[in-house]
Write a protein that binds this ligand. Structure first.
Ligand SMILES: *Cc1c(COP(=O)(O)O)cnc(C)c1O
Length: 384
């Protein structure tokens, strides 16, 4: 049986991995080197300079490609560096359609960096396919999907968007950071590019900042590799090693994230002091059917609003939580709490935030894999 045929829970451990060529090390060594000896000019063993390629990074890139069911993986210095590489496929005059409920840093690089190079971005409600259609014109070259969205937990129908994109010959990229390939595999649903902030669930231990892209098409892989090498925001060997180690337990961690997430979403929904809970696993979630179709479970990310949308109450809760640490980021084994309006989404203008539901009282949880009764007790003492 080839490694390509393995089930997901085996691919996380074995996918794309071979014992090291040097001494047969089962775990890829940390090749902490910038350069490689050559026997004659150009006479090297596949590695010449570590911006272009590094064996530890190759092992990570092969692993991520394997778990996303793609053919080519590319590892970057951060999730944002991976996004940067994708947008550099475009030219001045090109247009991009993206969601109005987007990771704040993605919004920032689109608006504040790439708009000045003549690329136009449309931020729309992508749950509604008709709205995407309305924004397509002959300059549209890329559709950028994030699903579930951050922090409103909207779910976008990847397959429906991909059919539309294919019809108009537009590239489709999906930020799969929140779901991870444990829950959803965008390439199987017709996406051309999968992007990850591996800083989050793939790494899983809040100890690295890493990004990744995965594609199936060789030509697209070559273009992205050219940009990665030319622009230089590569993932270092130590971070590659740590991320690879994280991926080996992705499936067991995600299973627990989902179980704990469900229990906490239900606890919050039944709490008299909580007005709104956003989690795609609820049957009442507006995109629940799409979520059920394209995801294998619903994940551990939850947003909620306390009674009366009280900003003061929200701040009191995030400050009182003890096991949930008030911090940026998500997807680690430890539970985190965030206040999007002042933290992750502060770079989005207040008016735009409000329009999509990111009110000042919104709280976001990244539910970790601790004992769920401890997590609920923590919420109980903080919400009161
Ligand atoms: C964190 C995050 C990013 C950015 O990734 P970095 O690794 O922080 O650069 C992009 N998209 C989503 C959904 C994220 O959560």
């Amino acid at each position: 049986m080839g490694k390509k045929d393995l089930k997901f829970n085996s691919k996380t451990i074995h996918g794309g991995q071979e014992p090291d060529a040097g001494y047969g090390a089962v775990i890829p060594p940390i090749y902490q080197t910038s350069t490689y000896a050559q026997s004659t000019p150009g006479g090297h063993k596949g590695y010449a300079y570590s911006r272009s390629a590094n064996p530890t990074r190759t092992a990570l890139e092969n692993s991520i490609a394997s778990i996303e069911n793609g053919s080519y993986g590319l590892a970057f210095a951060s999730g944002i560096a991976a996004i940067d590489a994708v947008i550099k496929l475009l030219n001045p005059g090109d247009e991009v359609i993206s969601t109005n409920d987007l990771y704040g840093g993605s919004y920032r690089i689109f608006r504040c960096i790439f708009e000045k190079y003549g690329i136009t971005f449309h931020f729309i409600e992508m749950q509604n396919i008709a709205k995407i259609k309305e924004n397509i014109n002959s300059n549209t070259k890329l559709i950028w999907v994030e699903t579930p969205t951050n922090p409103m937990m909207n779910v976008i129908d990847i397959k429906a968007v991909s059919m539309l994109a294919k019809k108009h010959n537009i590239l489709l990229a999906v930020d799969n950071t929140f779901a991870t390939p444990y829950l959803q595999r965008p390439l199987e649903l017709g996406a051309d590019i999968v992007m990850h902030s591996a800083t989050k669930y793939l790494g899983g231990h809040s100890d690295v900042v890493v990004g990744a892209l995965v594609v199936k098409d060789k030509h697209l892989a070559d273009q992205l590799y050219f940009i990665q090498n030319a622009s230089g925001a590569v993932c270092g060997p130590m971070d590659s090693f740590l991320t690879l180690r994280g991926i080996k337990t992705l499936h067991v961690r995600m299973q627990r994230h989902c179980e704990n997430g469900k229990a906490i979403a239900e606890y919050l929904a039944n709490h008299p002091k909580i007005d709104m809970v956003y989690w795609p696993g609820f049957e009442t979630h507006p995109n629940h059917d799409v979520a059920k179709n394209q995801m294998d479970d619903f994940g551990g990310m939850i947003s909620f609003v306390p009674n009366g949308s009280s900003y003061k109450e929200a701040i009191k809760i995030v400050e009182k939580l003890k096991i949930f640490t008030l911090a940026e980021s998500l997807g680690g084994v430890e539970s985190l709490v965030g206040h999007p309006a002042s933290m992750t989404h502060a770079s989005i203008p207040k008016e735009n935030r409000k329009k999509i539901g990111v009110v000042d009282a919104l709280i976001r949880l990244s539910v970790g894999i601790e004992d769920v009764s401890d997590l609920i007790a923590d919420l109980e003492q903080a919400i009161g």
